[in-house]
Design a protein around this ligand. Structure first.
Ligand SMILES: [Zn+2]
Length: 292
């Protein structure tokens, strides 16, 4: 009987040790953190701030439309295996906390918030804070990484200031002030920040498709205002933009929302900074700005 109690006690002890071990915070292995990120927004911020310190698992794969994403069993497995899970916001990714309550939301304490536009990273002050939230969280968890993360974040913050300066400079020289977008309501921040008008055919969450009347109205407006360029998005079926372009004689320019990325852009390692510069270049052409 005595032996039985000893054996049971040992078993309980082992179980207790096992539980406490499994609850212990995972440590970086081989000097690399294993981080899961919801979309390309936290992905590119993490790349900038953490560089080679982390292995990133992108949950919404390249080529998949971010708003329509639903987590699969693989998504859940990837998140569970990660030491940290960053996501953009509860508005954009309502599934994030459902699959793992350890999820860390980057869109917190933002200085600029438009109530109807969840694409908060399109404002450079917001982007700076989102990357800071990410950096602060990692440093708090792994203070030994502070010396590497701090200068990387400073560089990122400076790049945001440069982008802000470039956008302000170029967007103040444009002949036209309206972005006609055959895409979704993702550029509200750009329009607000640089004094532009923004007309999008699809709603902010991509759920509402334009009606025939809305398309006809856009065509009419393009013709009446002698518009030369319209904008569209890589992630959308190009048929609608092509039809409108054919009917009105305009050219199509692409804008990137950063939340979704094509397979090619992913392979090329395009950063937030790269994509926002490409957006600026196309906006400058489309709105006929001097600094294009
Ligand atoms: Zn969007």
């Amino acid at each position: 009987m005595k032996n039985y109690f000893i054996k049971t006690a040992v078993l309980f002890l082992c179980a207790a040790v096992f539980v406490s071990c499994s609850k212990e915070e995972p440590k970086p292995q081989d000097g690399k953190l294993n981080i899961a990120v919801s979309s390309y927004v936290p992905y590119t911020f993490a790349k900038s701030v953490l560089g080679d310190m982390a292995t990133l698992t992108l949950l919404i794969p390249p080529g998949v439309e971010a708003h329509a994403f639903e987590p699969s069993p693989k998504t859940i497995k990837d998140v569970k295996q990660a030491q940290i899970f960053f996501y953009t916001s509860n508005h954009l990714e309502p599934w994030a906390l459902k699959i793992d309550k350890r999820g860390v939301m980057l869109a917190a304490n933002l200085p600029q918030v438009l109530p109807n536009d969840p694409h908060v990273w399109m404002n450079f002050d917001n982007a700076k804070i989102m990357a800071k939230n990410l950096a602060d969280y990692v440093v708090k968890k792994y203070p030994n990484l502070n010396d590497e993360i701090k200068p990387r974040y400073s560089t990122f913050a400076m790049e945001m200031e440069s982008l802000k300066f470039l956008y302000s400079k170029i967007m103040s020289t444009c002949k036209n002030d309206t972005i006609y977008h055959v895409g979704h309501l993702a550029f509200g921040y750009i329009a607000r920040d640089y004094g532009l008008k923004f007309k999008a055919l699809f709603s902010a969450d991509m759920e509402q498709e334009p009606s025939a009347k809305e398309i006809a109205n856009l065509v009419k407006e393009i013709k009446e205002n002698d518009v030369k360029y319209i904008f569209s998005e890589e992630q959308l079926n190009p048929a609608l933009a092509k039809t409108i372009a054919k009917e009105t004689g305009v050219k199509i320019l692409m804008l990137n929302t950063v939340e979704g990325i094509t397979k090619q852009e992913f392979t090329e390692g395009k950063t937030y900074q790269d994509l926002m510069l490409e957006n600026l270049k196309n906006l400058a052409i489309g709105l006929e700005c001097k600094g294009e």
